[in-house]
Design a protein around this ligand. Structure first.
Ligand code: SF4
Length: 467
C-alpha cells in the first residue's frame, strides 16, 4: 500500500506534471494523485454462456447513441464528482476500456471515446492505456485506431487454447485466431498483451488445461489473468449447473475440486515459466531480471485504493471525499452507474451542464468512513501476493482500530488461510482459493445512505472483467 494516498491533498496549480511532488514553503507536501479512467462498452458479438456481466448482444444501431452519452458523461465528470462530494483530479495515468468487447465498436466510435478523454483530462504521456479485445475482432481499422489512441496494452479474452472448450461456451474464436491476433498486435508495436484464461470450462481436463497454459507461456505474453468459473444464477451456464440441464454443457463442467486443482496448477506452471503471481488472479513476467513485473498498473489502483473514475454502464468509481463529507470524517466515496443499458441510457439522456441533479440521475453513492476504509485495506490489499503491512495500516488507521481485527487474524492464521511474517500479512495458497471467506471476516454489516443493509461490496473487481 502506497503512503501517497494518505498525505494531504492541497490545491495544486494546473498544468503540473502528474505524479510530481512539490515541497512548498513551510514544508507542506503536495501530492498530485493521477486518476485511472475506466470506460465500459457493454456490447458483445455473442453472449458467452458463463458471463454474468452487464453486457449483451445489441443492435449496432445502439452503439452511436451510447458512445455519445458516455462522451457527455466524461465531459461532465468534474461536475458529477463535485456534486457527489468527491475530489476531482484532471491528471490521468491509466485508461482502461473494458466491458463487454470494446473492439466491436466501429473505429469512429472508439476514436470518439479516446477523444472525449483527451479533451477533458490531462493524460500523462506515459499513461498505460488498455483495451479489451475478443480474439477475431481486431480488424485493420480497429488496430489503426488503437495506435492513434496511444493504446499500449491489449487484454485478449482468450479463455482457452482448446477450440472445443471455447465453442462450448459460445466463443467464436479459435486457437489459430488468437495466435494470429497476438502476432498482429506485436507487428503493430503493441507487445504488452494480457491473456485471460478460465479454469473450469466445460470439457476441460487437467491435460487440456496444461495445453492452454503451455500455449500461453509459448506465446511469450507478459501478463496472464486466470479466473475460476463462477457458478451463480446470473449466467446461463451457472444457472444450468445449479438447476440442472445440458443445453450449455453444464454436465461437462469439471467439479469444484478439479477446478481448484487447475487454478493451483496454473500458479505453479506459470511461475516455472517465469510468469509470477502478484494477485489472486493475475500473473506477470519480470520486466528485467527479477526487478518489477509487467503488472496491470490500472488494476493496481483498485487494489491499492487509488482514485479512479468509471464511465458507462455498470462502471464504478472511487474518489477521495471533499468538503463537508471530508469534514465529517468520510474518507472516500464509491460511485456506481446503473447496471443495464436501458437504465444507464435513460439517466444519461438527462445529463446536461448546469443540471444540479446531474450526478444523482446517474450514480448511486456509498460513503467510505474510517471503518470501511480499514476493511478495504485488508480485503483489497490481501488480494496482492505482497499482502499488507500491519505497521503501515496501524499508522494510517490507529493501532486500536486495527487491534479489533486481531481475533479474526489469529483465527485465519490458525485455519491456514493467512500467514504472518514480520508484521506483514499474506494469503496462503489455500487462502487464495477461499479468499471470499477470508475477506468476509474483515467486513461488518452496515447500512447505506438509503437505509438499505449492505456488506461492503468487494470493489476490487468493480471494473475488472473476469473473462
Ligand atoms: S464474457 Fe466477455 S465477450 Fe463474453 S459475453 Fe461476457 S463480456 Fe461479452
Amino acid at each position: 500500500m502506497t503512503t501517497r494516498r494518505f498525505m494531504n491533498f492541497l490545491e495544486v496549480p494546473r498544468g503540473l506534471r502528474i505524479g510530481e511532488i512539490i515541497l512548498k514553503p513551510q514544508s507542506r507536501t503536495v501530492v498530485v494523485v493521477p486518476l485511472g479512467i475506466y470506460i465500459s462498452v457493454p456490447f458483445c458479438r455473442t453472449k458467452c454462456s458463463f458471463c454474468n456481466f452487464a453486457s449483451d448482444v445489441f443492435s449496432r444501431s445502439a452503439f452511436n447513441g451510447y458512445v455519445k452519452q458516455v462522451a457527455t458523461e466524461i465531459a461532465l465528470a468534474e461536475q458529477i464528482a463535485q456534486c457527489l462530494g468527491g475530489t476531482f483530479e484532471r491528471g490521468v495515468d491509466s485508461i482502461y476500456l473494458g466491458g463487454g468487447t470494446p473492439s466491436v465498436l466501429a473505429s469512429e466510435q472508439l476514436k470518439a471515446l479516446f477523444r472525449a478523454v483527451q479533451d477533458n483530462f490531462d493524460v500523462a504521456a506515459a499513461a498505460e492505456t488498455t483495451v479489451e479485445c475478443a480474439p477475431g475482432t481486431l480488424t485493420d481499422p480497429i488496430l489503426q485506431v488503437l495506435l492513434e489512441g496511444k493504446v499500449n496494452r491489449v487484454s485478449l479474452g482468450v479463455q482457452s487454447f482448446v477450440d472445443k472448450e471455447c465453442s462450448s461456451v459460445g466463443r467464436l474464436h479459435t486457437r489459430e485466431i488468437t495466435l494470429s491476433d497476438i502476432a498482429r498486435l506485436r507487428a503493430a508495436g503493441i507487445g504488452n498483451i494480457s491473456i485471460d484464461l478460465i479454469a473450469g470450462l466445460p470439457h476441460q481436463t487437467a491435460e487440456s488445461w496444461d495445453f492452454s497454459l503451455s500455449e500461453t507461456l509459448a506465446s511469450g505474453v507478459p501478463h496472464v489473468s486466470v479466473y475460476m468459473l463462477e457458478v451463480d444464477e446470473d449466467s446461463r451456464l451457472g444457472n444450468e449447473l445449479l438447476a440442472g440441464g445440458s443445453r450449455y454443457h453444464a454436465h461437462y463442467v469439471p467439479d469444484e475440486d478439479l477446478t481448484a486443482d487447475l487454478y493451483l496448477a496454473a500458479c505453479e506452471k506459470l511461475e516455472r515459466g517465469g510468469v509470477y503471481q502478484y494477485e489472486i488472479s493475475n500473473f506477470a513476467r519480470a520486466v528485467t531480471h527479477g526487478i518489477g513485473l509487467r503488472d496491470s498498473g490500472h488494476n493496481l489502483k483498485y487494489w491499492t485504493r487509488q482514485p479512479y473514475l468509471g464511465f458507462g454502464v455498470d462502471a464504478h468509481s472511487m474518489l477521495r471525499a471533499s468538503g463537508d463529507l471530508a469534514a465529517q470524517g468520510i474518507q472516500a466515496i464509491r460511485i456506481a452507474t446503473p447496471d443495464t443499458l436501458e437504465g444507464y441510457s435513460s439517466a444519461a439522456m438527462q445529463l446536461q451542464p448546469g443540471n444540479a441533479r446531474v450526478a444523482q440521475l446517474l450514480a448511486s453513492r456509498t460513503l467510505v468512513d474510517a471503518q470501511s476504509a480499514l476493511e478495504e485495506e485488508f480485503f483489497l490489499g490481501l488480494r496482492l501476493n505482497r499482502g499488507v503491512s500491519l505497521v503501515e495500516i496501524a499508522a494510517r488507521h490507529g493501532a486500536e482500530r486495527v487491534g479489533q481485527c486481531d481475533a479474526a487474524i489469529s483465527e485465519l492464521i490458525n485455519a491456514g488461510l493467512l500467514q504472518r511474517e514480520n508484521n506483514r500479512l499474506r494469503l496462503t495458497p489455500r487462502g487464495r482459493l477461499l479468499s471470499n471467506e477470508v475477506f468476509g471476516r474483515f467486513i461488518k454489516d452496515r447500512h447505506d445512505e438509503a437505509g438499505g443493509r449492505y456488506t461492503t461490496a468487494t470493489p476490487d473487481s468493480s471494473n475488472i472483467n473476469h473473462r
